[in-house]
Design a binder for this molecule. Structure first.
Ligand SMILES: O=P(O)(O)OC[C@H]1O[C@H](OP(=O)(O)OP(=O)(O)O)[C@H](O)[C@@H]1O
Ligand SMILES: Nc1ncnc2[nH]cnc12
Length: 288
């Protein structure tokens, strides 16, 4: 189903230039969107720009320039540790775990977003999490996917990160929006199959199938994308975003923009995107 009028903003930080090996310092410039120098072009990329969305983008850019003066930014920026050559040579890894160890900097980060978005009529905060295939062990478990049932499955490490999930929920709660997780494959209960005799979810939703499989219907849509250091895929529930809602997509940083691109495409399968705004005016959506 496609519906009209869902505008999407994405924010947090950018590591686009962090990936460039020529950058002279390991203490990389602030990752937050607010640090945009006011002389830069407005941080806007607009899809099907309408007059109202263009006005909104302009307002955002002005607010951005104002935020650049915020004294909280310095503390936030310096609380983020930069680790060269992780997870592979050439990557300057922006480690937000050190920010999380500093309650003031962490709170300031959330507050900045809340202050920015609380009056924007946002209904939905969406964030992306991951099960980090690249650090996974391989074990044999049931894969709850009809297409590949009972195949080897990459098992997430314990304590696995999902950095968008760290920042999205507190922002959603504070601005009074619902939170929609955008997850890596096979993490959302969707269309799945389990042996009929052992299925604990036998409800009216279940339909008996050949080979004693029970199928539970709950539609999940997905989008594949590329990262600085690999490929991935994200999924979300159909119905999580409703017609006419305004969505804010939260993640900890933008590097290649692949994740953002996929998030926008994923949301675009459910709603019409009327405006998109991101830091640095990187034409991420120019690809699509
Ligand atoms: O702009 P991009 O090149 O797409 O990179 C940015 C993405 O990379 C990281 O996520 P990752 O998939 O590593 O998972 P995590 O959030 O669970 O750490 C980060 O949290 C962003 O989502
Ligand atoms: N440079 C980077 N630092 C932290 N997380 C990342 N995800 C993708 N690129 C990254």
């Amino acid at each position: 189903m496609r519906v009209a009028n869902c505008s999407i903003s994405w924010s947090f930080g950018s590591a686009v230039t962090a990936a460039l090996p020529s950058f002279p310092s390991s203490r990389f410039p602030p990752l937050l969107p607010f640090s945009l120098p006011s002389s830069n072009p407005p941080p806007s990329t607009v899809l099907r720009r309408s007059t109202s969305s263009a006005r909104r983008v302009t307002r955002m850019a002005l607010k951005n320039a104002k935020d650049a003066q915020d004294p909280r930014l310095e503390r936030i920026s310096s609380a983020i540790r930069v680790i060269p050559d992780f997870p592979k040579p050439g990557i300057l890894f922006q480690d937000i775990t050190t920010l999380l160890l500093d309650p003031k900097a962490f709170k300031d980060t959330i507050d900045l977003f809340v202050e920015r978005y609380r009056d924007q009529n946002i209904n939905v905060v969406a964030a992306q999490g991951s099960n980090h295939y690249r650090y996974s062990c391989i074990i044999g478990v049931v894969n709850f996917d009809l297409r590949v049932s009972f195949t080897p499955y990459l098992c997430p490490n314990a304590g696995v990160e999902a950095r968008g999930f760290i920042f999205g929920p507190p922002i959603a709660l504070a601005i009074g929006a619902k939170f929609v997780p955008m997850r890596k494959p096979n993490k959302l209960p969707g269309i799945f199959s389990v042996p009929f005799f052992s299925n604990p979810y036998l409800t009216d939703n279940c339909v008996s199938r050949p080979l004693n499989l029970c199928v539970v219907y709950g539609e999940v849509i997905s989008e594949e994308y590329s990262l600085e250091y690999g490929k991935d895929k994200m999924e979300m529930h159909v119905g999580a975003v409703q017609p006419g809602e305004r969505a804010l997509v939260i993640d900890d940083l933008i590097a290649t923009g692949g994740t953002l691109d996929a998030a926008i495409k994923l949301l675009g399968k459910l709603v019409n995107i009327t405006a998109f705004w991101a830091r640095q005016g990187k034409p991420i959506l120019g690809k699509s």
